[in-house]
Write a protein of this length. Structure first.
Length: 95
């Protein structure tokens, strides 16, 4: 559900839904310049997979080493206490 006047969620290019990845996973996509993209674990337990600041070309990326398992995440972007909508949940596997 969208918040009133909320900015759109960041676009996630990787990881993709139901994708399979090696231990080092690249998270990448598009967002609003200067905003911080945050990936939470789902179910939410206060743990983040990582964060990245969106550059002036609206790109962002980071890499993180994950344990072999099924992983579930969602992302949002934020700046100055303003927060976007969440992305749909993304399920992926690390081998």
């Amino acid at each position: 559900m969208s918040s009133i006047n909320a900015q759109p969620a960041p676009t996630v290019l990787t990881p993709v839904q139901n994708g399979t990845y090696p231990k080092r996973v690249k998270f990448s996509g598009k967002g609003l310049a200067a905003w911080l993209v945050i990936f939470d674990r789902v179910p939410f337990d206060g743990t983040e997979y990582g964060t990245a600041t969106v550059d002036q070309n609206q790109n962002w990326e980071f890499e993180v080493e994950l344990e072999p398992d099924m992983h579930r995440t969602r992302a949002y972007q934020t700046i100055n206490r303003e927060r976007s909508d969440n992305t749909p949940i993304i399920d992926f596997q690390v081998l």
